[in-house]
Structure formats: structure tokens, C-alpha cells
Design a binder for this molecule. Structure first.
Ligand code: ADP
Ligand code: MG
Length: 254
């Protein structure tokens, strides 16, 4: 059965897009078929996958508007090897255009139904806010991955995010579960990072994934070459960490 994960955190810059691109490529490396859905009008997952935002013929915007299907709008990524449903700034208009439509929070879920059978995993990269785009992602998903940067404000934001997820689950998607909290940009030399990490595991227990993503400059460089880190520098710490994450997600999904 296809596993659909929304990668979300209303904070920007915590590693959502980096996790989507690199987890997608790492799952492909384990021979899984993967679709990455770019749900952020900034289109960073699209760019980081080597596509040009301004050359898109069709994008997720057209899919949400019901003007085309995912089968027509998806593109293959190279060298990542996963498919992507790309986004550009058009997507910023989707919310306004959807507002008075029936089942507006189910547009992505309904579009995914048609292509789900083609994939083992579908990852949805969310924007840094809890808007209708994020609600569409949370309605379509079975699980949520929450990247957190281990810094002082991380815990506070996290508690309110998890409360919001429960509310969303209660109203539109009762099966939704938090599959894992992922520590990103981890720097073991920083004592605050270590303290916050300990607090996270004390408080959230098994919900915190065992895999930790280190701060690694190769991860930050790879998107400017339009490729996942596994293609840019396969032996880097960042690459190995995302391969380990893919392994953990495969275990948690089975
Ligand atoms: P978000 O999607 O949550 O806004 P990004 O994935 O775009 O966050 O990451 C924010 C910035 O941090 C980007 O410039 C990205 O390249 C960089 N970054 C993300 N993860 C790491 C990491 N583990 N090590 C170093 N830089 C990282
Ligand atoms: Mg992002």
C-alpha cells in the first residue's frame, strides 16, 4: 500500500524541503517508487530537484484547480530518480481561488487517488504556515513527519503544532498520525542542541525518530546544483544520514 507522508512544521528553515528531496532520493536508492509533491509556492523542492520554476507547463496549481490531473503534471527528476509534482508562485493564488469551492481541503487527496498505485511513497513538502495548502496535505496524508531544529524555541512551536495536528485529524482525517519528529541540523558540539534534543526525547519519547540529521554543508550546497545530496556527494555525512532515515521510515511503515 502507498504510504503518504506530509512533511510539515509552521516554522520556516527547519529542514522540511531538504528532508523531502533527500528522503525521496534515498527511498529511490532502496528501489522504491516515489512521488514528491511540492505544496510550497516558493517552489524550493522543485528547484532543488533540478527543475526551472518558470519553465513549468503545468504545476500543482493546475491540479488543485481541477484543470489537469497529476499524471499530466508530474515530471521525472534527474539524477534524483523520483517523480515530482512541481510548484511555482502561481500556487500562492490557490488558496483564494479554492476558498468558496466544495471539498476545498480534499483537492490534493482526490487528485492523488488516481496516481497512488504508481508509487510506494508519496512525500508532501508543506509551506511554513498552517493554511489551506497545508490542510490539503494533512488531509491526503496518513502520517506526518515533523523536522525540528534543536534550538530554544523549537519545543514551544512543536507543542502547538501537535495540538493543531490533532484538531485537523479530528475534523478532516481521523487516521492521521505523527510518524516521527526528526531532529535536523544537529550539531553535537553545541550544548543547547544537546539539551533541547534530550528534552525532546524525554517529552515525546518514541515519537522522536532515532535518526538524527547533522548540520552538513554538503546538504546546503546540493540544491544549488539541483540535485539531492546522494548524487552530489554520496559519502557525505548528510547523505548517509538521509539514507539511514529512509531505512527507519521503511521500518516504521511496514
Ligand atoms: P524549510 O523547508 O523548513 O524552510 P529548508 O530545508 O529549506 O527548510 O532548509 C533551510 C536552509 O537550511 C536551507 O538553506 C538548507 O539548505 C539548509 N539546511 C537544511 N538542512 C541542513 C543541514 N542538515 N545542514 C546544513 N544545512 C541545512
Ligand atoms: Mg521549504
Amino acid at each position: 500500500m502507498t504510504k503518504i507522508y506530509a512533511v510539515t512544521n509552521q516554522k520556516g528553515g527547519v529542514g522540511k524541503t531538504t528532508t523531502c528531496v533527500n528522503l525521496a532520493a534515498s527511498l529511490v536508492a532502496t528501489k522504491r517508487k516515489v512521488l514528491l509533491v511540492d505544496m510550497d509556492p516558493q517552489g524550493h523542492a522543485t528547484l532543488g530537484s533540478g527543475l526551472s520554476k518558470k519553465d513549468l507547463q503545468l504545476s500543482i496549481y493546475d491540479v488543485l484547480m481541477g484543470d489537469t490531473g497529476i499524471a499530466e503534471a508530474r515530471l521525472k527528476t534527474d539524477p534524483g530518480g523520483y517523480d515530482i509534482l512541481p510548484a511555482n508562485v502561481d500556487l500562492a493564488g490557490a488558496e483564494v481561488n479554492l476558498i468558496d469551492q466544495p471539498r476545498r481541503e480534499r483537492k490534493l487527496a482526490e487528485a492523488l487517488e488516481v496516481v497512488k498505485k504508481d508509487y510506494d511513497f508519496i512525500l508532501i513538502d508543506c509551506p511554513p504556515s498552517l493554511n489551506l495548502l497545508t490542510i490539503n496535505a494533512l488531509t491526503a496524508a496518513r502520517g506526518v513527519l515533523v523536522p525540528v531544529q534543536c534550538e530554544y524555541y523549537a519545543l514551544e512551536g512543536l507543542t502547538s503544532l501537535l495540538e493543531t495536528l490533532e484538531r485537523v485529524a479530528g475534523s478532516v482525517n481521523p487516521g492521521l498520525e505523527v510518524t516521527g519528529i526528526l531532529r535536523t541540523m544537529y550539531d553535537p558540539r553545541n550544548s543547547l542542541t544537546r539539551d533541547v534534543s534530550t528534552q525532546l526525547t524525554d517529552y515525546f519519547g518514541q515519537q522522536v525518530l532515532g535518526t538524527v540529521i547533522p548540520r552538513n554543508v554538503r546538504l546546503a550546497e546540493a540544491p544549488s546544483y539541483g540535485m539531492p545530496v546522494i548524487s552530489y556527494d554520496a559519502k557525505s555525512k548528510g547523505s548517509l544520514a538521509y539514507l539511514a532515515l529512509a531505512g527507519e521510515i521503511l521500518r516504521r511503515s511496514s
